[in-house]
Write a protein that binds this ligand. Structure first.
Ligand code: ZN
Length: 243
């Protein structure tokens, strides 16, 4: 079984299509595991939800998914994100809203636990340091945890009880051996590691490994749609810088 692992699509249809095409052309996949933030920031919330639902899908909730349907207060967001959340809310039909509302905070798939932020605070906490990693490892009941939210790819190994953050290399298989791991595949729709290319991972259950890839897409096309929708310029500009 091969799972396509996506996080933070953020209503960027061009990025999502580029990732799907790349994954289909390099071994394919049987299912999609989405780590939250399907919507928010980007110009195609409904199209992204409809597209991803064409596949076998397990998806956990992100903070932007919940902001778009009023389950969390967008006033807690910065001004640009709040504007985008309000715009997104207007684009969603009742079927999209029901779908977003039905997503759970945590899902278990085989040896993986899927969550957007962290296990101790599923849609709020950014898992990027020792403290947040220890908090999640303490609650983790499967060997591996998949997280998103920061849009920063990494593989965090547990070594003698201590989390050790490592780069998640590109195009190189990472063996899922004995030690527990927390893995972030990077962001699809709004990468933030100073590389604007969408990032995704593939888990192969037979080979017991995970691999990360990046793809290019038509950033200008997405930006043009965002301009037409009058979305904040800060959100439009950041796409080409990977910030
Ligand atoms: Zn996000």
């Amino acid at each position: 079984m091969r799972a396509l692992i996506l996080s933070d699509i953020h209503a960027n249809l061009e990025a999502l299509e580029a990732v799907i095409k790349d994954a289909q052309g390099s071994g394919g996949f049987d299912t999609i595991w989405s780590l939250g933030d399907l919507v928010g920031y980007g110009p195609d919330p409904k199209a992204c939800i409809d597209r991803i639902r064409e596949f076998d899908l397990v998806s956990v909730a992100g903070n932007h998914d919940h902001a778009a349907i009023g389950l969390i207060d967008a006033n807690d967001f910065n001004a640009a994100a709040k504007t985008a959340a309000e715009w997104t809310a207007d684009q969603l039909d009742s079927e999209c809203r029901d779908f977003l509302a039905a997503m759970l905070f945590v899902e278990v798939q085989g040896p993986f636990t899927l969550v957007h932020g962290s296990l101790r605070d599923p849609i709020v906490e950014y898992l990027l340091d020792r403290n947040s990693a220890l908090g999640t490892l303490a609650l983790l009941e499967t060997p591996y945890c998949l997280v998103g939210h920061s849009h920063i790819p990494f593989v965090c190994f547990e070594v003698e009880g201590e989390p050790e953050f490592n780069e998640f290399p590109e195009d190189k298989r990472v063996a899922l051996n004995d030690n527990r791991k927390i893995i972030n595949p990077g962001g699809v729709g709004q990468p933030r590691d100073r590389d604007p290319r969408p990032s995704y991972a593939i888990y192969d259950s037979v080979e017991s490994n995970i691999e990360r890839h990046r793809v290019t897409y038509d950033i200008a096309k997405t930006q043009k749609k965002m301009r037409s929708a009058d979305l904040p310029s800060r959100l439009i500009d950041r796409l080409e810088h990977g910030l």
